[in-house]
Design a protein around this ligand. Structure first.
Ligand code: M6R
Length: 612
């Protein structure tokens, strides 16, 4: 979604802002713009990529030590130059950049039109900057006060930065529902949608809370005030992110780097939590809520996209190992369907970014109904991490590629620990079985490392299928969500239509699609429903479908049936998703690259979906 970056300090702002925009590109966007404040507000913007903006501003006056820049992901109004941010107020003395949606923009717009304001764009954002100007000029108040009063009239979500020609040493920033981080350097401040544009300058940051306004003045201490006019003391935190983590490190794409990081990210997500020697699992973040979880009649997992798929794996794990009922809901459905939730329920919200608007709304709904809400998040300090009562961080590290890869396996690793912890406390499985799974889980990072060796073979297989228009992914039991995830990965980065199905469901509809052109990716590892999956493979073969099977090393039976096979190491049935997902990620990656797609920033997609 939209990216925000702003700077005030002794250095030239332009290079910092441009680099910041490049760092934010991963969030997904369709236009970009910049505003420099040097005597006047100078705004330059265009449709397209940050590189297009760089080209567009070449030779222009970009001097100044204060400025802001934006990448826009269109919501109101098509992606074009006019709708790109920043937007001017009518008198051109104010400029704004915005992430989020002003829901009551239509009413505000017609009110402002009646007062003589004219609008040049189709955006909700322009309404806000006119409103601030209107308040500032009529009530003769400071910029921060005008912003505060305006925000009291706004319904919706926002992260904004406002610059004023008449206050050349001041940045006003505010948030509600969309993230904003302020970096504090020596005599300088940075503002950004996330920490990636800030990390190379300072690791001292303040995460703004909802309805907080930051008043950032040159050479002065940061001030924070709420929209209800209460002063707050800024809470300065240390960033733990490293610069290496947000750079490609020699890989062609972030997605490939992140796929290859999985042995480490899974290990890091289990570190200090899986105690093999003691035969124990601990999750410090939810320790205070363990009893609540153990008493829960039901757990509801809510999430979107890939995180929802991880949640589905979590259902198989928790129900099978800990024998607690688990429901898994898309946050976007959950929030609007008046679900039955009681104080006895425990809701687990899963999110890589920690900023997904629908998941945040689902959390608020569940909290409002008295449920205990726990989180599984990757981004430290994110909105979801803060909105939940408690939670567990995955330690996947920053995920820059829009297609979620290492975040998924890290979420599944944490959910596996979570299920084992509940199983142990409830005594729902024999200690010998518990220890066996724990021991096996400990070997997963090495097995993923080993699995990554299939990369060259996967690339060759991918080459066979780059011109297909459809693909089917089949799996059973705990591998059904893996099939869903495989299909999502392919469609989002290669634009090939793909569907994931429980293998046996195929005959209830999708089998009609199978002919010699249809690749069918099947997770056919030993154990569980292996024999049944073999029957499903036969059904596909009987209709001339192409089988690409994920099999265990040395499995001659499926090898003979499959057109192509990818071997992975054997493991416990419950742990297969942690390994079987990896070759499917690689397949999607190579198919997308060979089709010439932008794998790290696929069209129309945003990394963190901060609007509903
Ligand atoms: O940040 P979140 O995990 O809450 O994001 C949820 C989805 O938007 C995300 O998983 C999306 O489906 C990815 N692009 C999938 O690769």
């Amino acid at each position: 979604m939209c990216g925000i970056v702003a700077y005030i300090g002794p250095r030239e702002a332009y290079p910092i802002l441009m680099k910041g925009l490049q760092r934010l590109e991963y969030r997904g966007y369709d236009s970009a713009g910049i505003c420099m404040l040097n005597d006047d507000l100078k705004v330059f913007k265009c449709k397209g990529k940050v590189a297009d903006l760089e080209e567009y501003v070449r030779g222009k006056d970009l001097k100044g030590t204060i400025g802001m820049a934006h990448t826009r992901w269109a919501t109101h109004g098509e992606p074009n130059q006019i709708n790109a941010h920043p937007h001017f107020s009518q008198n051109k003395r104010l400029a704004i950049i915005h992430n989020g949606i002003i829901e009551n923009y239509a009413a505000l717009r017609s009110e402002l039109k009646n007062r003589g304001y004219t609008f040049t764009s189709d955006t909700d954002t322009e309404v806000l900057v006119h409103l601030i100007e209107d308040i500032k000029s009529h009530e003769k108040v400071s910029l921060e006060e005008a912003v505060r009063i305006a925000l009291n009239q706004v319904i919706g979500a926002y992260a904004i930065v406002v610059l004023s020609k008449t206050s050349p040493d001041k940045i006003i920033a505010a948030r509600k529902g969309s993230p904003l981080v302020i970096g504090i350097g020596k005599d300088e401040y940075f503002v950004a949608s996330d920490a990636t544009p800030i990390i190379e300058y300072t690791d001292n940051v303040v995460f703004l809370n909802d309805e907080e306004i930051a008043i950032i003045r040159r050479n002065e201490k940061l001030k924070i005030r709420t929209v209800r006019n209460q002063d707050k003391t800024p809470y300065i935190q240390k960033l733990e992110m490293s610069l290496n983590a947000i750079e490609k490190g020699g890989y062609e794409h972030f997605m490939l780097k992140e796929i290859f990081e999985q042995p480490r990210s899974i290990r890091d997500s289990m570190r200090g939590r899986l105690h093999l020697d003691l035969g124990l699992v601990t999750l410090g973040g939810i320790r205070d809520y363990e009893q609540k979880l153990l008493n829960a009649k039901r757990i509801i997992i809510t999430a979107c996209g890939t995180s929802w798929h991880a949640g589905l794996v979590g259902k198989y794990l928790i129900e099978d190992l800990a024998r607690i009922t688990v429901e898994v809901e898309y946050s976007s459905e959950f929030r609007y369907r008046n679900p039955i939730i009681s104080e006895e329920d425990v809701v687990i919200a899963i999110s890589q970014s920690g900023e997904t608007a629908d998941t945040l709304a689902a959390i608020e709904l569940a909290k409002g109904k008295g449920a205990t809400v726990l989180g599984i998040c990757n981004v430290v300090g994110s909105s979801i991490a803060r909105a939940t009562h408690a939670g567990v961080y995955t330690h996947a590290g920053p995920e820059i590629g829009v297609a979620s890869t290492k975040a998924f396996t890290a979420q599944v690793a944490v959910l596996t620990l979570w299920a084992l912890l509940l199983a142990q406390r409830r005594g729902s499985m024999p200690m010998s079985q518990f220890r066996r799974i724990l021991g096996e889980l400990n070997t997963i990072p090495d097995k993923v490392e080993h699995t990554l060796k299939v990369n060259d073979k996967v690339r060759d297989i991918a080459a066979t299928y780059i011109n297909v228009t459809n693909a089917l992914y089949l799996g059973r039991g705990i591998n059904f969500p893996v099939a869903l995830e495989g299909a999502l990965k392919l469609k989002e980065i290669s634009y090939i239509h793909a569907e994931g199905y429980p293998a046996a469901e195929m005959k209830h509809g999708p089998i009609a699609l199978i002919d010699e052109h249809m690749p069918v990716f099947v997770i056919a590892t030993r154990r569980g429903t292996y024999e049944k999956v073999i029957s499903n493979i036969q059904e596909v073969k009987a209709r001339k479908g192409q089988i690409i099977a994920i099999i265990n090393e040395g499995d001659e039976t499926v090898r003979k049936l499959a057109d192509h096979y990818i071997e992975i190491p054997e493991t416990e049935e419950m742990l297969v998703p942690l390994i079987a997902t990896v070759p499917l990620q690689l397949l999607s990656y190579h198919m997308a690259v060979m089709r010439g797609c932008n794998v790290d920033q696929p069209r129309n997609l945003a990394k963190s979906v901060t609007v509903e």
